[in-house]
Ligand binder design. Structure first.
Ligand SMILES: CC(C)(COP(=O)(O)OP(=O)(O)OC[C@H]1O[C@@H](n2cnc3c(N)ncnc32)[C@H](O)[C@@H]1OP(=O)(O)O)[C@@H](O)C(=O)NCCC(=O)NCCS
Length: 169
């Protein structure tokens, strides 16, 4: 089911073997499901590498896109990274993925580098990084974002419909 969401949302996606490898490394990988009424509608995760959260996946099933759920999922991942005492978050993104780029810019990600021909089809990746997420400034920013997004989601969904858990196969 997780792989189905990923296949629907992404041009490239992880295989079952990739997820199995992730789940065998619980100290390194943190993966979360976004569910609605017991259906998986999104997947997000990161690796804790040294003091960085390397975000590996943020994907929302296309049926559910454009409803602030990707925003909530990224907010949740960054909150978990902070909770794990990580200092910043980083990720690679397709240069053409303007939609995701706008989402990441909302969370203050900046372009810090490029990886030419990073994807199997030859497209370049941009490397994005947050400012330090353990500063009072970023924590204040996150508290404000959390309030805004919870209000937005509360208008659409009732409490209890939306929650996260670690994926288990
Ligand atoms: C990128 C993705 C996670 C965003 O999730 P989403 O639920 O569709 O997005 P949201 O409704 O939460 O919107 C959050 C922000 O994303 C940006 N965004 C969303 N849809 C957009 C669109 N059609 N055009 C431009 N920006 C858009 C906006 O900045 C938006 O914030 P705003 O509504 O305040 O303007 C989702 O589209 C997805 O799964 N895409 C395929 C997988 C992928 O590309 N993941 C990222 C890999 S690095």
């Amino acid at each position: 089911m997780v792989i189905t969401v990923e296949q629907a949302a992404y041009q490239s996606h992880w295989s079952r073997q990739d997820y199995t490898r992730e789940l065998e490394q619980p100290n390194l990988a943190q993966n979360y499901l976004l569910t609605m009424n017991n259906k998986i509608i999104g997947v997000g995760g990161f690796w804790a590498l040294a003091d960085e959260a390397h975000i590996t996946t943020v994907s929302i099933n296309p049926t559910w896109q454009g409803q602030q759920l990707g925003d909530w999922l990224l907010f949740y991942l960054l909150s978990q990274a902070r909770y794990s005492s990580l200092r910043l978050a980083t990720l690679e993104i397709r240069a053409s993925n303007h939609r995701a780029m706008r989402l990441y810019q909302k969370y203050q990600f900046n372009i810090v580098g490029e990886r030419p021909k990073y994807y199997p089809d030859g497209e370049m990746a941009l490397i994005l990084t947050t400012p330090p997420i353990n500063t009072p400034d970023y924590q204040t920013f996150m508290q404000n974002r959390g309030c805004i997004i919870k209000q937005q989601l509360a208008k659409k969904y009732s409490t209890g419909e939306l929650y996260h858990e670690q994926p288990i196969f």
